[in-house]
Structures are given as C-alpha cells and as structure tokens.
Ligand binder design. Structure first.
Ligand SMILES: Nc1ncnc2c1ncn2[C@@H]1O[C@H](COP(=O)(O)OP(=O)(O)OP(=O)(O)O)[C@@H](O)[C@H]1O
Ligand SMILES: [Mg+2]
Length: 268
C-alpha cells in the first residue's frame, strides 16, 4: 500500500524562483491496485514518482509504504520494494552487457535472491523467462543489450523489473517511444506481469485508450494535484471523449480560479 499525505514539492524554496509542483497531494493506493495516471505536460506526474521512489525529498508531507514511514528513506533502500520503468528504453538496462548479465544483476538486486553465479540453472531459468516474452530473445542471451530494438529492450526491462521481485511498479510512459505494435506487446506483458505478481502499479500515460483499458482506477493530475479519481464501474464506463471533456472541464475551472485570483490581485 502507498499512502501520500499532504505531499508538497517546491523547487528552489525560499527564493524568488520558488516553484511548487506538487501541492497538498493526498493519495492512498491499495496493495495490488493498478492505477493509470494522465495529465498534461508539467502536471507533476514524474515528480510524484520521484517522491514515491525517493529520488526527490518532499518539502512537506509524508510518504508511507505498507504503513512504514519512508519519507526520509534514501532511494536505494526503497528500490528493494519499488521497480521503475522510464519512457526511454535505454534507461533500464546496461547497454554494453549481455542480456544474461543484465538479468543476473537484477536477480541479485536487494539480495532477495541468494548470491549465486550465472550457472547453468540460472541460464535455463532466464531462457524460460525470455521464451515467455515471445520475442525470440532466448537465442540472444549472449548478445549485448545494445543490439536490441527499443520494443525488445523495454520488454526485457519489464521482465528484469519482475525478476527483482518488487511490490510496487512505477511505469512512466514506458511505451511512449515504441511503435504501436511493440507498444501493444509491452502493454500486454505489463498486464500479465501486474496480474501474476499482484504488483501495486502506477502507470503514467498520455495514451487515453491505455489509461481507460488498463487498471482499475484512473487519476488525472493537474497543477500538482489529483483532480479526477475514478474507479470501478465509473472507470469501466469511461470513453476517450468523456475523458477529454473532463480534462477540458478541469482546465476551464483552473483557468477561472486563476482569473479570480488575478482580478483580486489587480483590484487590490
Ligand atoms: N529538478 C527540477 N527543477 C526545477 N523544476 C523541475 C524539476 N523537475 C521538474 N520540474 C518542473 O516541475 C514541473 C512538473 O514536472 P514533471 O516532470 O513532474 O511533469 P510531468 O507531469 O511528468 O510532465 P510530462 O507529461 O511532460 O512528462 C514542470 O514544470 C517541471 O519543469
Ligand atoms: Mg513526466
């Protein structure tokens, strides 16, 4: 379970350039929940992931994971329970190492696996996992990851994340750089892995169809806060056009409140 309480993130606090990008954000995500997150550029989605993962410390508020307060815990400690995938397929793997070495490193992550070497048993296990990806990667285990296409690489990154046995997956537009066919393959894998391993998953996407089709709950972020939170039947009934309407509505209200603030400032 992830609990965020009155979370705030201000860059350059106390200076004239102070910029608050996460604002009094409260959010609880139950264990095993699959949440999709949408919102315009700069809404604060990646910053939210940085705060959950510990890559950034909040200026105020608390982050709890499974009831433990991890607000001050460094990123490397949280990495034992949190797997993260980025938009850039190059970000999740070591290019100049072989597929099997990459997979071995992941298995050792957090020392949750006994520290064993890359032996015949491990190779057989990796081969089995790669066969399951259905991308023919099982015959390329001794090739460097740099020889893979973006889609193949992102599928491998997803598999490696699962091998590290995280409880939480943070997926940040992880199919945005892929062509539609590869994006579909990686999304199918995502669904399968989330289900099989009961991962608590937050997935940022700009693809409205993905946001609707995947997960059991959908959040929309705007100006550093969650402005729409739908789940269950309400989410199942969503359509892209309805979502776009809701988005326009949120933007309109934000514009109106800015206008009120501005007119107040002008008047007085
Ligand atoms: N390290 C930083 N220093 C200063 N400002 C930052 C920093 N990181 C992010 N920001 C700002 O915070 C705001 C939110 O950025 P963030 O990356 O969280 O947006 P996002 O919702 O992920 O957008 P996108 O859809 O474009 O990925 C932006 O205005 C961005 O410029
Ligand atoms: Mg982002």
């Amino acid at each position: 379970m992830i609990e965020l309480e009155k979370l705030n993130c201000t860059f350059f606090p106390g200076t004239p350039n102070a910029k608050t990008v996460i604002r009094d954000l409260d959010l609880t995500v139950a264990a095993g929940e699959f949440v999709t997150i949408i919102g315009s550029n700069g809404a604060g989605k990646t910053t939210l992931f940085n705060l959950i993962a510990g890559s950034l410390m909040p200026t105020a508020g608390r982050v709890r994971i499974d009831a433990a307060d991890v607000t001050a815990q460094p990123e490397y400690k949280r990495a034992r329970t949190i797997g993260r995938i980025f938009q850039d397929p190059l970000a999740g793997t070591a290019s100049n190492m072989t597929l099997e070495d990459n997979m071995m490193i992941t298995c050792r992550k957090g020392f949750k696996w006994p520290v064993i070497s890359l032996n015949r048993r491990m190779r057989a296990y990796f081969r089995e996992q790669l066969v399951d990806l259905k991308m023919g990667l099982e015959s390329r285990m001794k090739e460097n990851v740099s020889t893979l296409s973006g889609g193949q690489r992102q599928a491998l990154t997803l598999l490696m994340m699962v091998l590290s046995r995280p409880a939480i997956a943070l997926l940040d537009e992880h199919t945005a750089a892929l062509d539609p066919r590869n994006a579909a393959i990686v999304m199918d894998l995502t669904r399968r892995f989330v289900d099989e391993h009961r991962l608590t998953t937050l997935m940022i996407t700009h693809n409205m169809n993905h946001a609707i089709a995947f997960g059991s709950r959908l959040l929309m972020m705007d100006a550093g806060d969650v402005v729409i939170d739908v789940s269950g039947k309400e989410k199942q009934r969503l359509s892209v056009s309805r979502l776009l309407e809701m988005f326009a509505d949120v933007r309109h209200k934000a514009f109106e409140s800015d206008a009120v603030l501005l007119s107040g400032a002008v008047r007085g």
